[in-house]
Design a protein around this ligand. Structure first.
Ligand code: FEO
Ligand code: CA
Ligand code: CA
Length: 654
């Protein structure tokens, strides 16, 4: 059946396309008419689960034959002798108590995001869970009300315990979990740790002794207080966890009042601090977050941070060789010669896609030799060409005329600190909020999610103009790019690519081929699911964020944003090869207001761990919009959930 929406889509598309491009069909652009151009595949779908219907309910929904268990919740005690949060008391101001921050530093943090899974035995594992942003609206009665009346700075100054609480709520939780018919926390495990905005860590790599940090040449590495805005991340082949510092500029205020040295002013041009109030107002109670008083502090954030989850004695290190930007995550894979590649998105509109390749090889026999592998290697940034090829441009001091003292870069330390500026200078391709990356274990193809970009335009001259790699104008629903390295080698410097999914409601306007030049930009409601033509067989989604792969080569996608028809965010699985390539199926729907993060599948293929982040977003501590997961009148809580087939012999994706 043809909806009025689909009619307007086709009218718009036909206006934008030349007649020649339409009749060229697959070589140009094939528009889906009322009858699909490609019939539903004859084979059975490779994903055996029956997709769920999208939902607006305040609960987690999974298909028949699957279970979803809550494993960790914000405020669960990680240590024996510590109390857990009572979610019934949050609305009454329990987290404003003077000792609440000290408890939070021994409990699971808030705003659960990226996940790392490290097996200890068949039935035991360590999980690392990132805690991205503080959630003061949900934590403290009075915060939302003060924000609405523009009195937030006064509220934070008068309630400084709020700031201490938020500083304890971010960072990373490290927890041992065990399988006992379901995954559950071991509250007394020696592996349990909290990393917060105050945990000591070091700078490592080419910027570790940069004068901007007050270091002396040959002196000790710079030490740093903590990590925050830990978004997604990754794991390494040698068993460490990578946590990614993303929107750290949101935490620093008063930039416009700071008397900055010229080098600092330059470093903050592309990624710095808030001009006046920070988002969380920490500067009202802690001078470290007031750039006018501590001008160099923001530079210590915006890095990939490496943590050994099995050994708390190992120093936590910020790996500056991987560049300073709004790191969504770092997805590692092995190149043919054993070097390690890490793919990384810089999650802001019109930012770039990066890859780091280590100088040395991974040594599986001598784990200690891998300990500082991420300190030396080559950082690249991606350039996408309209013909479907691409190039990794090295961000290496003196390898480009712009990356020299004449170009304003005095060292590789300068290049990594001002990474965005270096990427601008070499001509990288600006993307639509490049976020997470997943690599298909069967063929090495990499998939990059671009969540959305309402500012993408059809202006021909602006940096913002739509092109083949960001084909929609504006781009409200995001897309996924598939990247094939030359020789299928993660260390290659050239690649081929195509848009794999142009997300959104397939019932509004489903294409079976995408143009690379003629016919661009596509309208905002154009969608494409890798050429799959039967909208009725698809679970449409929007705003892809974190990605994962199962052992069968199915891409798993979780979402962060407005879903078709106002439904809640969820988790989707999508074959990447064969007749069903692109046929996404919905595995899970989250509660009201939550985005879904994580997407970590266990090595045995049996469980997928997801984070349910900020359930009830848009509400307040006094008036919650969600009561997940505790129900009743409880405050909503972020959580780590495990989804698995009830039949223990079945694997996800089979
Ligand atoms: Fe933290 Fe890019 O989402
Ligand atoms: Ca994210
Ligand atoms: Ca997100």
């Amino acid at each position: 059946m043809t909806s009025p929406h689909a009619e307007s889509f086709r009218d718009l598309l036909e206006r934008r396309l030349s007649r020649r491009a339409v009749v060229r069909g697959a070589a140009g652009l094939a528009v889906l008419a009322a009858t699909p151009l490609r019939a539903t595949p004859r084979s059975a779908p490779p994903l055996a689960f029956k997709p769920i219907a999208p939902s607006r309910a305040d609960t987690v929904i999974v298909p028949e034959g699957y279970r979803a268990d809550v494993v960790l919740r914000w405020g669960d005690a990680l240590f024996a002798g510590t109390e857990s949060i009572d979610p019934e008391t949050v609305a009454a101001g329990a987290l404003l108590a003077p000792d609440a921050a000290a408890h939070q530093a021994r409990q699971v943090g808030a705003s659960c995001d990226g996940i790392g899974f490290f097996a200890l035995a068949d039935d035991r594992a360590i999980v690392c869970v990132n805690h991205e942003t503080p959630e003061p609206d949900a934590m403290f009665p009075g915060w939302s009300e003060a924000r609405q009346s523009r009195l937030l700075r006064e509220f934070a100054a008068a309630n400084s315990q709020c700031v201490r609480y938020m500083q304890a709520s971010v960072g990373v939780s490290i927890a041992e979990i065990e399988w006992a018919g379901r995954w559950r926390l071991r509250a007394d495990s020696p592996f349990n740790r909290r990393i917060t905005a105050h945990t000591p860590m070091q700078l490592a790599g080419p910027a570790a002794r940069h004068a901007l940090f007050g270091a002396r040449p040959g002196g000790a590495p710079v030490t740093i207080d903590g990590t925050f805005n830990n978004c997604a991340g990754g794991t390494t082949p040698w068993g460490t966890y990578l946590t990614a510092e993303e929107n750290t500029d949101d935490f620093f205020g008063n930039l416009e009042q700071a008397a900055l040295a010229p080098e600092l002013a330059r470093a903050y041009q592309r990624f710095g601090a808030r001009r006046r109030d920070s988002v969380y107002r920490w500067e009202a109670a802690d001078p470290r977050f007031d750039v006018a008083r501590t001008p160099g502090e923001p530079l210590k954030f915006g890095w990939i941070v490496e943590i050994d989850p099995r050994d708390a004695a190992q120093p936590i290190k910020k790996r500056t060789a991987l560049g300073r930007f709004k790191h969504e995550g770092a997805t590692t894979t092995l190149a043919h010669d054993g070097r390690v590649a890490a793919y990384m998105g810089d999650d802001e509109a019109f930012e770039y896609f990066y890859k780091f390749v280590t100088a040395e090889r991974f040594d599986p026999e001598q784990p200690e030799r891998n300990r500082d592998l991420l300190d030396s290697g080559t950082l690249y940034v991606a350039k996408f060409f309209a013909d479907g090829t691409g190039e990794w441009l090295p961000l290496v001091w003196h390898e480009h005329a712009a990356l020299t003292p004449e170009g304003g870069f005095d060292s590789q330390g300068d290049v990594v600190v001002r990474c965005r500026e270096a990427a601008d200078a070499v001509g990288a391709t600006p993307l639509d909020r490049p976020e997470d990356v997943a690599v298909n274990p069967l063929n090495g193809r990499a998939y990059l999610s671009c969540t959305m970009n309402p500012q993408r335009t059809d202006a021909a001259t602006a940096r913002a103009h739509a092109d083949a790699s960001s084909p929609r104008s504006p781009n409200p629903s995001g897309h996924v790019i598939e990247l094939i390295e030359d020789g299928d080698d993660a260390a290659a410097t050239r690649f081929r690519w195509e848009v794999f999914v142009l997300a959104g409601d397939p019932n509004a306007g489903l294409l079976t081929a995408l143009p690379r030049t003629e016919g661009l930009p596509l309208p905002p409601d154009a969608t494409y699911y890798a050429g799959f033509a039967d909208a009725a067989e698809l679970s449409g989604f929007a705003n892809p964020d974190n990605l994962g792969f199962d052992r069968y080569g199915n891409l798993w996608i979780v979402t962060d944003g407005a879903q078709p028809n106002g439904n809640n965010n969820g988790c989707f699985a999508c074959p990447t090869t064969g007749e069903w390539r692109g046929a996404a199926r919905q595995l899970m729907s989250g509660p009201i207001g939550a985005e879904i993060c994580g997407c970590e599948i266990t090595p045995d293929g049996r469980t997928i761990f997801l984070s349910v982040q900020h359930p009830g977003a848009g509400g307040s501590a006094a008036a919650p919009r969600s009561h997940w997961p505790d129900g009743g009148a409880a405050a909503p809580r972020d959580g780590l959930i495990a989804i698995y087939p009830e039949d223990a012999a079945r694997k996800l994706g089979s």
